[in-house]
Design a protein around this ligand. Structure first.
Ligand SMILES: NC(=O)c1ccc[n+]([C@@H]2O[C@H](COP(=O)([O-])OP(=O)(O)OC[C@H]3O[C@@H](n4cnc5c(N)ncnc54)[C@H](O)[C@@H]3O)[C@@H](O)[C@H]2O)c1
Ligand SMILES: O=P(O)(O)OC[C@H](O)CO
Length: 423
């Protein structure tokens, strides 16, 4: 960052907490800890990582995972053989880990986020800002929401999203990759340096959108105390501005926090597109594993990716059409690139492939092969299916529906070609 861009009033530094310490949680913690150390003008050097405490066997003794991480600087269970920076502190207390943190990075399997957010209510700084690295969707009776919006509304903060073609083990080994961070800074955070967030809001209002009236959408200028939710509506959440004593929380600051020579960041504003791409590609990756496990080869896998991408874009436009940009799916790491890497080597792909090869369930492979790591595709397939079924739309998403039905034993892999034939 050019020093001249930093506000002259910035006397405080941002404290960063990562909530979650799995395979990706530990990798992202490594990345941000390297950057807080390199940028003391913006961030406190020490990074907190909340760890769901476990007892693990290490050097012939049963020990707490947090104490192993803090002593040996390695998460031996979820990210073995990778040295973690010494300024990264593993903390088993959620409340203590988030205390006084102005940047909260949510990075845990989506099945645990409800309970964690419930525990965080009232415990975080009112002006904290979040980045969700979670790949999943939240389905309730009212509809489907993204974790970025669900966290933001639940905790009364603004929350962006990070997602991309990011298999954690490769990034932890510092092999080059790209990612996408979507952050649409609330104007109140931006007023000190409006030119610093040059990326325009992407996406165009949908004509068929039932959710937001035209004058609510991004064509309407916002008042100083307003901001938009991820669907482009004027948000009902009342935000507390980031105090002037802190460096502004904008695209430049977030890029400085996450960008590494081996982890290239592109900043965009389409939070819905970035969040949705990361969630839906996990369903497609299961399908890719199914056909690969069946021995059908690369042509079949490419067909799965083509159909899957179409369903991802269709879902985005149909349910988040107000703001979502097709370009997020077709041009960003969070879209097509994540789809490809996940269908070639992700955990969802690998477990689905092995399940077909061995004639057992994907859940069984997850239990026996992943050493506590969690698949996101199986629950996302069920959640998306329940949402589509309630609306009578299963037939409009034949691949998503086929994946759920195969997981449930109602279809087999051999049915896939006929089920997706019209797409
Ligand atoms: N691993 C990857 O390559 C990768 C890459 C990009 C994004 N992601 C996404 O990142 C998110 C986090 O995944 P991950 O790979 O870090 O996790 P993981 O599957 O490696 O680890 C599971 C985590 O869940 C924790 N946990 C277990 N039981 C718990 C409980 N009851 N309450 C709270 N936590 C509990 C464990 O301590 C562990 O940290 C997911 O949404 C995933 O899709 C993963
Ligand atoms: O291993 P998966 O299937 O959870 O996918 C990992 C990442 O999301 C790939 O970008």
């Amino acid at each position: 960052m050019a020093p001249g861009l930093l506000s002259a009033n910035a006397t405080r530094k941002h404290k960063v907490t990562v909530i979650g310490s799995g395979n990706w949680g530990s990798t992202i913690s490594k990345i941000v800890s390297e950057n807080t150390k390199e940028h003391p003008e913006l961030f406190e050097e020490e990074v907190q990582m909340w760890v769901y405490e476990e007892e693990v066997e290490y050097e012939g003794k049963t020990q707490k995972l947090t104490s192993i991480i803090n002593t040996h600087h390695e998460n031996i269970k979820y990210l073995p053989n990778i040295k973690l920076p010494t300024n990264l502190i593993a903390n088993p207390s959620l409340e203590d880990a988030v205390s006084n943190s102005s940047i909260l990075i949510f990075n845990l399997p989506h099945q645990f986020i409800h309970r964690i957010c419930g525990q965080l209510k009232g415990k975080i700084l009112p002006f904290a800002r979040g980045i969700s690295c979670i790949k999943g969707v939240n389905v309730t009776d009212e509809g489907v929401s993204l974790f970025s919006e669900w966290i933001g509304e639940g905790l009364g903060i603004y929350c962006g999203a990070l997602s991309g073609a990011n298999i954690a083990s490769e990034i932890a080994a510092e092999k080059w990759s790209e990612t996408t961070i979507a952050y649409d800074p609330p104007p109140m955070d931006n007023s000190r340096n409006p030119s610093r967030n040059a990326t325009p809001r992407s996406g165009t209002p949908s004509r068929n959108s039932p959710r937001a009236s035209a004058d609510e959408l991004s064509i309407t200028p916002l008042a100083e105390n307003q901001h938009r939710d991820v669907r482009g509506r004027i948000s009902k959440t009342k935000l507390t501005p980031v105090p002037q004593e802190y460096p502004p929380l904008d695209h430049d600051t977030f890029k400085t926090l996450f960008h590494r020579p081996y982890f290239h960041v592109r900043m965009v504003s389409d939070v819905a597109g970035v969040s949705l791409g990361g969630a839906l590609k996990n369903i497609v990756a299961l399908a890719a594993g199914f056909v690969d496990g069946r021995g059908w080869g690369d042509n079949a896998k490419a067909a799965i990716m083509r159909v899957g991408l179409l369903e991802m874009v269709k879902f985005g436009h149909e349910f988040f059409g107000e703001t979502i940009s097709t370009g997020t799916f077709t041009e960003e790491s969070a879209g097509v690139a994540d789809l490809i890497t996940s269908c070639m080597g992700g955990r969802n792909f690998r477990c689905a492939k092995k399940a077909v090869e061995k004639g057992i369930s994907v859940q069984e492979v997850e239990q026996t092969e992943l050493n506590g790591q969690k698949l996101q595709g199986t629950s996302t397939a069920a959640e998306v299916n329940s949402f589509l079924k309630q609306r009578g739309l299963e037939q409009d998403y034949p691949l998503f529906t086929a994946v759920h039905n195969i997981l449930e034993g109602r279809n087999t892999v051999d049915d896939i070609p006929d089920l997706v034939a019209r797409t």
